[in-house]
Design a protein around this ligand. Structure first.
Ligand code: PEP
Ligand code: MN
Length: 337
């Protein structure tokens, strides 16, 4: 455990902490910094009493475990928020970012209409799947490279950056050639070879939470990206599988403060896969902004009733304008732009 003392405390207050650490069965190692004293307390936490109670002492600033299984993604390692530059847009900075677009790229008209509309409404990044992970092999699997080319066309015309999913290792170079952000989907969240390959492209990575993934497992999956020399990682909560049937998944908004606390990486919310219902998307977006998310990933379609995938959860172009209007005051209320 690491015990950080507050600045300018007296010798007596310091000794009292050291005495307590020894009393609880730990050996203190003192590091005297310019401003603060940090004490490394070594001992077996399974057999000794917890040091966490020291956190309430007036002279103690914080108490933290030394050994988290995830390291490079942790805030202990990198206390300041990380920001990721995507074609001049900062994700994780003061400006709240919105990524929007269809679930799947279907054709030029559908994509261009959506791209122009989401850009006009204030989105900075266009989403659209060209390789689609479908539950059934008989459902639309995506346009593949043709879809990537359409995304590129939309980028050139609108100036929007592109986020698109990487589904398989054999597509790494192809997807990296077109994507500004590589999306790793929920079904691949622990496909470690894919994560390593994606990391090595150097492109920003958006890592969705797996369908049944614990937060620590998700942080460790993210650790694979940073451990392979790619610092540009953002986490994206998209709902987990629970017993509930009113919604497609249960969007776990508690991950926002948890991830922001544990990690310096930006946090994105996908309300669309998160609930599977377009009528709930705006409310979830508002909640996400209020709780400190850095960005949204929202599915938008010109005609959701005829969408080739995820029709029930995509908002219309008009619905997206309403969404952007309704989150505005909340963005301002949390001190962002
Ligand atoms: C998607 O974004 O369309 C998608 C398939 O996401 P997920 O991996 O979260 O299901
Ligand atoms: Mn989708």
């Amino acid at each position: 455990m690491i015990v950080v003392l507050k600045p300018n405390i007296s010798k007596k207050q310091e000794s009292a902490v050291l005495k307590e650490i020894r009393k609880l069965g730990y050996k203190p190692h003192i590091i005297r910094g310019v401003e603060r004293i940090v004490i490394g307390a070594i001992g077996d936490e399974r057999t000794h009493h917890t040091l966490e109670t020291l956190a309430v002492w007036p002279q103690v600033e914080s108490v933290m475990p030394v050994q988290k299984r995830f390291k490079l993604v942790s805030r202990e390692w990198h206390p300041a928020n990380s920001t990721i530059d995507v074609r001049g847009h900062q994700i994780g900075g003061k400006k709240f970012q919105v990524m929007a677009g269809p679930c799947s790229v279907e054709n030029e008209k559908q994509l261009m209409t959506t791209a122009r509309a989401v850009k006009a409404a204030g989105a900075t990044i266009l989403r659209g799947g060209a390789f689609k992970p479908r539950t059934s092999p008989y459902e639309f699997q995506g346009l593949g490279e043709k879809g990537l080319k359409l995304l590129d066309k939309a980028r050139r015309e609108t100036g929007l950056a592109i986020i698109t999913e990487l589904l398989a290792e054999e597509h790494i170079d192809l997807v990296a050639e077109y994507a500004d952000i590589i999306q790793i989907g929920t079904r691949n969240a622990q496909n470690f070879q894919l994560l390593i390959g994606a990391a090595k492209t150097g492109k920003p990575i958006l890592l969705k939470r797996g369908l049944a993934m614990r937060i620590e497992e998700w942080l460790l999956a993210g650790e694979y990206i940073l451990a392979h020399e790619n610092p540009n990682l953002m986490f994206c909560e998209r709902g987990i599988r629970t017993f509930e049937t009113y919604t497609r998944n249960t969007l776990d908004l508690s991950t926002i403060p948890i991830i922001k606390n544990e990690s310096h990486c930006p946090m994105v919310i996908d309300p669309s896969q998160g609930c599977g219902r377009s009528d709930l998307v705006i409310a979830l977006c508002k909640g996400a902004v209020a709780m400190g998310a850095d960005a949204l990933l929202v599915e938008v379609h010109p005609n959701p009733a005829e969408a080739w995938s995820d029709g029930a959860q995509q908002v219309t172009l008009g619905g997206f304008v309403k969404l952007m209007e309704e989150i505005k005051p909340i963005i301002a209320a949390v001190g962002r732009e």
